[in-house]
Each structure stands twice: as structure tokens, then as C-alpha cells.
Design a protein around this ligand. Structure first.
Ligand code: GLC
Ligand code: GLC
Length: 661
């Protein structure tokens, strides 16, 4: 049957899709056992496949129709998806059903995330199970474990150089340990997030090893070139991501006598998605990971997954098609799974990855960078400018709002946004780098440079939340007032990421104010990468300290104070239905030092005010009346009542969450 579209013209691709599906469905029947046919497993899969088929076919056809063996790969992709579904556990399938009925479950005010390295936090996966009470005490409902799969020996980029996606790094445990942990987290109401590192594998992955042994089929899994001819042509338009590791984007492999594309470290080989066999193979790995019990899959380095000569090979349209195809197959074979995009790029590009059909949630690097920017400048105008037209997302999606993560801070704001305020982007980034490395006179920050590029002058910043917010300096100066200010800065930033709309994500250790760890240089595998300065080992002894409120001299009381304040903000967030979803309106405040916005959801309303300076600030009463739609308010953080017949005087770094009374 040939279908005509609404405007009466027939769509040739749709016809091809229908013909292909008719050919494929009977072949697929061979995948199912008698039992799977009887108990409805085969039917459920097939129904979803038929539903998604027009979209899936179009995506894969667009990407791979130039291949003479397209139909073969298409069939293999479907077999892989069906096998993934067969291997999915019953509990996960049940959860899939719930989530299909509640597709925006992650927009709840109850969602609060935390990220950690298993080895640094709890040594291994089985001991991590004992940390579940800690997650609950803090109020987390989502835990992101940094990459924990088998890695190459020596430097492995913090787990991002994976040699086997099917086995856990033996130092951390086994796949069974991971599944056990996932089960216990689920029982405790905590989602599990793991990475899908799909832009590259380690140079000792099975595929890379075969490529190195001269197997041409596996050399086609990567970008391998016999001489500099092609690399030099690509290089003309490429950026350098890790310029202090190695100049350029290619690495010579002596054994193969070939240049290999390596965007990041030389031992991270970029996968060649022009080859549909790579797409299929990574789909299999993705479904395996999902089936260990993952709720949220963090798609690593999404910007780089497609390369095209003459472009910067970042954020290309095909990168989106690839992710959409993975998304489509996930909704067929692992329907409860949510994708989180890690695109630390220009804000115009970040949002292109976000959509119910692509990545439902995404890191919010622009908000992150601009919160730090406002803290340095004591001025919120660039932040407001950006929020005014960049915060709103499509329905069914959400931001992941964070202050620090395992990576560096890059100043990814838009130069036009800045230009309209008379700010020169390049100069401003230089200022921010000076400020956060503590070189700018009067700076409170103790960050260090990351990946300084001598050619472009580009640089990013490493450092922990507390050290960047001034705690390290204040402790060194033995200055209680500065200590107080740094704690307020941290709470101020939290007050925003916890309320502005989306999922707040803590980088664990932050909650008690961990400081930079300068010892990373002692480990040769880490010394060359300053990001290790903010990846210290968890100090559980500190927790005991502050629970007993002792150890004033060594900072125990400060840590306890930070922990309790953050814990309280988290628990407050979880009680406020206004903070669910993403309804957010900026409130015009006639004071550039103060950020004001209203969160509203299903008739609930909370007005948030944040003073970005170490001085008191005046907020005109009528700003609050208009923004809060009332005259009398209660600040949920201090429990104080506020009347608006007079202007409001906000404390230094004051933070208010106001509800009308
Ligand atoms: C992502 C990770 C980063 C890693 C890079 C290469 O950006 O967050 O830590 O270095 O990918 O995998
Ligand atoms: C770049 C990349 C990002 C990566 C980071 C690691 O900013 O865009 O994906 O996480 O480098 O430093």
C-alpha cells in the first residue's frame, strides 16, 4: 500500500520505509523464543518498532543510504535492538511501563542529583551500597557514577578511555556488583546515571587492537590515514581540545604506520560513525549498559561524533541524527531510559541537542559559567541577558543545573549577548581567567589554568567549588569574615541551581566544601591534567568531625555548616511544587547586583532573590510586589516575614525564597 501524505503528494522515503519494514518483520520473528512470543515480549517490541519505524528509517537512511550494504546493517541494527530488549530485566521493563505513562518524571521538584567517582568516594561498588544512607541524608534522588568500566593501564582520562564496555574495572568490582547496586538504589528511590562514552574508545579496546594488528574491517571503526594528506586538510578547520597534551587532533601509530583521529588524549581513538557497523556495535554496548539498571545515560562529548571535511567537526547536523537514532532505538528496546547531553559548547549549539526525541536532559554550561561570571563581576546583567532568551526549553525536557563537575569551567557565553551590553567577549574571558586563577587584584578565587592554548590565548579553569568561591583563601588568611562570605557565596549559587528550573546536580564533596587537592601532581598519570585538583578522595573522617561539631581549628565546623545549609536547601526544594517543571520568569529588579526570578507551576509560585555582592543591596518594594504578586511574604530559608511597604535591604550575598502569605 502506498500512502500519500496530507498535501496529497506521496513521500518516496515513507514508501521505502514501509517496504523495508514488510521485508524485515518476518525475519525478526526468528529472534524470539516460543515463550517470548507467548508472553507478549515479542509483541511489545514489535508494536514499538512499528510506531517508531518511520522516524528510525528516515534517520538511518539519511545517514547511511550511500552504503551498498545498507539493508544488511538495518537488519543487524534491529536484531541488536531485539536482543537488547530480550535481555532487559523484568523490574526494568515494569519501570519502563511506569515511565511511558509519566514521561516527564525527571521534572519533579524531588529530583536532586549527585556525581562521584566510585574509587575516590567509596573505593569500590560494593562499599558504595553502604553509602546509600548518606545519599538519603543529603536528599539525593539521582546518582551519577563517573565511568567505571574497564580501562587501559596508566592514564585513562578519569575512566573516559574505555577498553571494554561489558566489564567493570576490576578494582571497582564486577558487573554483578553494579547490578546489585542499581537494584538497591532503585529500591531506595534513587536513579542511576552512567556514561555512554561513544565518541571514542581506548587504544586498547578490542576493536583498536584488531585495527592495530592490521585488520582492515576494524581499521574502518576509526579514522586511520596512511599519511598527513587528509589530517592536514582536516586540521585547517579543527579546534584543539587538549592542546597541552598534544598539538593537533591526530596521533601517529607506529605499529599500523597510520595517523589516527584523537580529539582528546592520544590514547582515545575517535569512532567512525560514517561506518554503520560502528553505529550497530555501539548500540549493542549502549543497551548492555542500560540493562545493568541505568535510568539516565550521560552521552559524553556529543559535539564531536560526526566529522566532515571543511568544517570544525563539532555539532554537525549528522551528530544530531545519530543521537536521535540512538534515542529512537532506546525507546524501542529500553523505553524508560533518559538521555543526558554533555555538550559544553556555544549556547546556541547546546540547545540543539535537547528534545524529547534527542536528549531529554542536558547539562546547562551557560548558566554554570554565568553564575561564576556574576560572582566575579558582582553584576548580574550578562546572566539576566542570557536567561532572558536561553533558559526556556521544549516541553518534555529539562536542564541539569550544576556549579562544578569533574571537568574544567569554560566561559561558553555568547559574544553577542555580551556585545549588546558593551562587553567584549575575548577580553572578558581573559578577565575571568585572571580572576579565577587568583591573579586579578582582590580576587577571592584559587583556581588553576587548564589547557592553556598559547596560539589562541584560550584557557579554562580547574578548582573546587569551595576554592573558587573563596574558602581556601579565607582559611589561609584566618579571616572569619571572609570565611562567612565564601560560605554565603556557595549557598547563593546553590540557591539558584536548586530553584531555577531543572535538575540540580551536585559534584559530591561540594556539599561539605572540599578544597583543591594539590597532591595530584605526585601521581604521574594525573600530573599533566589539572582537573585532578578538584577530584580528591572523599574524606569520610571529615563527616564524623562535623556530625559531632568538633574540630573547629581544622575546619570541621565550617564543613558542618556548609553541609547543613545545603542539606536544608535541598529539603526545602523538595517540598516546593513551584520548583517542578521549568516555568521561570525573570523579575525586573532595579539593581544590577541582584538577580530575581519567579518559579511557577500549577498555580504555585516562589520568588527567588539573590544578591551577588558582599555588600547589602536595596531592592525596590514595588519590584517585589510586582514579581511576587503580593504585599506580604515569608522567606522560606530564614522563616522571616517580609512586608513590602518599604524597600527591601538584602544582606551581603543574601538569598531569599519568598512565598506570598
Ligand atoms: C567528556 C568528559 C571529559 C573527558 C572527555 C573525553 O567531555 O566529561 O572528562 O575528558 O569527554 O572523554
Ligand atoms: C571541551 C569539550 C567538552 C569536554 C571538555 C573537557 O570543553 O567540549 O566536551 O568535556 O573539553 O575538558
Amino acid at each position: 500500500m502506498i500512502v500519500t501524505s496530507r498535501n496529497g503528494q506521496h513521500d518516496p522515503l515513507q514508501t521505502e520505509a514501509e517496504i523495508s519494514l514488510k521485508r524485515l518483520l518476518p525475519r525478526l520473528e526468528a529472534v524470539w523464543s516460543e515463550e517470548e512470543t507467548q508472553n507478549g515480549l515479542a509483541r511489545d517490541f514489535t508494536q514499538r518498532l512499528i510506531h517508531e519505524w518511520p522516524r528510525l528509517f528516515r534517520l538511518l537512511y539519511t545517514l547511511y543510504n550511500g552504503r551498498y550494504d545498507f539493508f544488511y546493517h538495518l537488519e543487524e541494527i534491529l536484531f541488536t535492538a531485539a536482543r537488547g530488549w530480550k535481555q532487559r530485566g523484568d523490574e526494568l521493563r515494569e519501570q519502563d511501563d511506569h515511565r511511558r505513562n509519566d514521561p516527564t518524571w525527571f521534572e519533579s521538584e524531588r529530583m536532586v542529583g549527585g556525581a562521584l567517582y566510585v574509587d575516590l568516594f567509596s573505593e569500590n561498588l560494593s562499599k558504595l551500597r553502604e553509602c546509600i544512607p548518606y545519599f538519603k541524608e543529603l536528599g539525593l534522588t539521582y546518582v551519577h557514577l563517573m565511568p567505571l568500566f574497564a580501562v587501559r593501564p596508566g592514564d585513562n582520562d578519569g575512566g573516559y578511555a574505555i577498553s571494554n564496555y561489558r566489564s567493570v574495572d576490576p578494582r571497582l568490582g564486577t558487573i554483578e556488583d553494579l547490578q546489585l547496586l542499581a537494584d538497591e538504589l532503585r529500591a531506595a528511590g534513587i536513579c542511576l546515571c552512567l556514561d555512554f562514552v561513544f565518541n571514542h574508545t581506548s587504544d586498547d579496546h578490542y576493536w583498536a587492537q584488531h585495527a592495530q594488528a592490521g585488520d582492515v574491517e576494524y581499521q574502518q571503526y576509526y579514522y586511520c590515514f596512511p599519511d598527513r594528506h587528509m589530517p592536514d586538510q582536516y586540521e585547517r578547520t579543527l579546534r584543539e581540545i587538549f592542546p597541552t597534551v598534544r598539538r593537533g587532533n591526530f596521533t601517529w601509530h607506529d605499529g599500523m604506520q597510520k595517523w589516527v583521529w584523537t580529539t582528546f588524549n592520544s590514547f582515545q581513538w575517535d569512532l567512525n560513525y560514517h561506518n554503520p557497523a560502528v553505529f550497530r556495535a555501539m548500540l549493542e554496548e549502549m543497551l548492555f549498559i542500560a540493562n545493568t539498571g541505568v535510568d539516565i545515560l550521560r552521552l559524553d562529548a556529543v559535539a564531536f561524533i560526526w566529522k566532515q571535511m571543511g568544517t570544525n567537526c563539532e555539532n554537525l547536523p549528522e551528530a544530531h541524527l545519530l543521537i536521535q537514532a540512538f534515542n529512537c532505538l532506546a525507546s524501542i528496546a529500553a523505553p524508560g531510559l533518559v538521555f543526558k547531553s554533555e555538550a559544553i559548547v556555544h549556547p546556541d549549539e547546546v540547545v540543539k541537542y535537547i528534545g524529547a526525541n534527542e536528549c531529554q536532559i542536558s547539562y546547562n554550561p551557560t548558566l554554570m559559567a554565568l553564575l561564576w561570571e556574576s560572582l566575579a563581576t558582582r553584576n548580574t546583567r550578562l546572566l539576566k541577558k542570557s536567561l532572558s532568551h536561553r533558559h526556556k526549553l521544549p516541553i518534555g525536557t529539562a536542564w541539569v543545573n550544576y556549579l562544578r563537575c569533574h571537568d574544567d569551567i569554560g566561559w561558553t557565553f555568547d559574544d553577542d549577548d555580551a556585545g549588546q551590553l558593551g562587553i567584549n567577549g575575548y577580553d572578558h574571558r581573559q578577565f575571568l581567567n585572571q580572576f579565577y586563577t587568583g591573579q586579578f587584584p582582590g580576587s577571592f578565587a584559587r583556581g588553576v589554568p587548564f589547557q592553556h592554548n598559547p596560539t589562541t590565548g584560550d584557557m579554562r579553569i580547574s578548582g573546587t567549588l569551595a576554592s573558587l568561591a573563596g574558602l581556601e583563601q579565607a582559611i589561609e588568611f584566618h579571616d572569619p569574615k571572609l570565611i562567612e562570605m565564601s560560605v554565603r557565596r556557595m549557598c547563593l549559587l546553590y540557591g539558584i541551581t536548586l530553584s531555577i528550573g531543572g535538575i540540580p546536580l551536585l559534584y559530591l564533596g561540594e556539599e561539605w566544601g572540599m578544597l583543591n587537592d594539590y597532591d595530584f601532581v605526585k601521581d604521574p598519570a594525573k600530573a599533566g591534567d589539572t582537573r585532578w585538583i578538584h577530584r580528591p578522595k572523599m574524606k569520610w573522617e571529615y563527616l564524623q568531625d562535623f556530625q559531632q561539631d568538633v574540630d573547629e581549628q581544622n575546619g570541621g565546623a565550617i564543613r558542618g555548616k556548609i553541609f547543613r545549609k545545603i542539606q536544608r536547601l535541598i529539603s526545602l526544594r523538595k517540598k516546593l511544587p513551584s520548583l517542578a517543571g521549568q516555568g521561570m520568569d525573570l523579575v525586573p529588579i532595579d539593581n544590577p547586583h541582584v538577580l530575581g526570578f519567579v518559579r511557577h507551576n500549577e498555580g504555585n509560585r516562589t520568588l527567588i532573590l539573590a544578591n551577588f555582592t558582599e555588600e547589602s543591596q536595596r531592592v525596590p518594594a514595588n519590584n517585589i510586589r510586582t514579581g511576587g504578586l503580593g504585599r506580604f511574604f515569608q522567606d522560606l530559608i530564614s522563616d522571616e516575614e517580609i512586608a513590602t511597604h518599604d524597600d527591601l535591604i538584602m544582606q551581603p550575598y543574601g538569598l531569599l525564597w519568598l512565598e506570598r502569605i
